[in-house]
Design a protein around this ligand. Structure first.
Ligand SMILES: Nc1ncnc2c1ncn2[C@@H]1O[C@H](COP(=O)(O)OP(=O)(O)O)[C@@H](O)[C@H]1O
Ligand SMILES: [Mg+2]
Length: 314
């Protein structure tokens, strides 16, 4: 096999910094186990680039390091990374990049725009309102309040009573200047991983169900303190499985995604309701996407090797 020199970028100037560090370490380690060479770069919480030793190197040297590699693998979640920022930097630097390009990253990072795109495709999402800090909102029924662009459930609150609305809005505005207030969706949480191949084919891994306790959301503590209850493959009948896979691929293509994306749904009595699209999903071996591909017989190392090989121009 060909050994590829891969710049693995982790961290980032956002609330998902630590989650990204875990993903980036897992990716770099797995790529090395697969026989590749990983050049580990980190963006610290203040936005400064650091080398493997943790020393600050500045943007120019970072771009030089990217340029010394055959491909960059940005493993950043959230704003200033997953939103297309790093794909754009790689594009300008002329370095091929694993994953979605700028446009798809920016569109998918924006949960309001994702809703508009889904609506245009006839894919259901939770009815919701977009609020800025100057807007007023009157509570009438249970809602989920969330920042338009964040992740790892930061600033996401389930609000069942009017008294909880104010603190929930404050929490969400702590992460973004725009906030979504969405109707509470009742259904099973099902994640679908879509892998786009350079020949235009799309691989959909077996879906994963996140079992969330009744009356709760999949919040930050449930995600990262303890063992989330994932079921892979999710128990689905053929019709539901097909509808979810079709909706996931249509969202992937409409947004212009590349590499692997995780398309998250609620499966309700009336069918799938799209929640969000993650263009750089969690990539530790225990994260949903690697678990889903493992269920189809593709080990973590093989998935990462494929992502890297697909990103290098032939
Ligand atoms: N409209 C909704 N109805 C019910 N639960 C929701 C809704 N929106 C979000 N949630 C719950 O909150 C969790 C986190 O919200 P999500 O929009 O996925 O934000 P993040 O990008 O931080 O993962 C979801 O996994 C789900 O459990
Ligand atoms: Mg989510």
């Amino acid at each position: 096999m060909t050994v590829t020199r891969v710049a693995v970028i982790g961290g980032g100037r956002n609330c998902e910094h630590d989650v990204s560090l875990a993903s980036a370490t897992a990716v770099a380690d797995a790529l090395e186990r697969a026989g590749h060479q990983a050049v580990r770069l980190t963006i610290d919480p203040a936005g400064a680039w650091r080398d493997r030793a943790g020393d600050p190197i500045g943007l120019a040297a970072a771009v030089g390091a990217l340029g010394s590699c055959a491909v960059a693998f940005p493993v950043l979640h959230g704003p200033h990374g997953e939103d297309g920022t790093l794909a754009a930097l790689c594009d300008l630097a002329g370095v091929p990049c694993v994953g979605s390009p700028l446009g798809a990253g920016a569109l998918a990072m924006d949960k309001w725009v994702t809703k508009l795109v889904a609506g245009a495709l006839g894919i259901a999402t939770a009815p919701g309102r977009l609020l800025t800090r100057t807007d007023t909102y009157t509570f009438t029924h249970p809602v989920v309040v969330k920042p338009v662009a964040a992740g790892s459930s930061r600033g996401v609150t389930l609000v069942r009573h009017a008294a909880r609305l104010g603190p929930a809005l404050d929490a969400a505005f702590g992460y973004d200047d725009r906030v979504l207030v969405e109707d509470l969706v009742t259904g099973r949480e099902i994640d679908v991983a879509v892998l786009g191949r350079p020949d235009g084919s799309r691989v959909v891994a077996p879906a994963l169900e996140i079992v969330v306790p009744a009356d709760a959301i999949f919040d930050h503590a449930a995600k990262y303190s303890g063992e989330p209850d994932f079921r892979v493959p999710a128990a689905l009948d053929d019709a539901a499985r097909d509808r979810l896979a079709e909706a996931a691929v249509r969202m992937y293509d409409a947004l212009g995604c590349a590499g692997v994306a995780r398309v998250d749904f609620f499966l309700t009595a009336r069918g799938p309701v799209l929640n969000e699209v993650n263009t750089m999903p969690g990539l530790t071996a225990q994260s949903q996407v690697p678990r889903m591909f493992a269920a189809s017989g593709m080990p973590f190392e093989a998935l990462l090797d494929l992502l890297v090989r697909d990103a290098v121009p032939s």
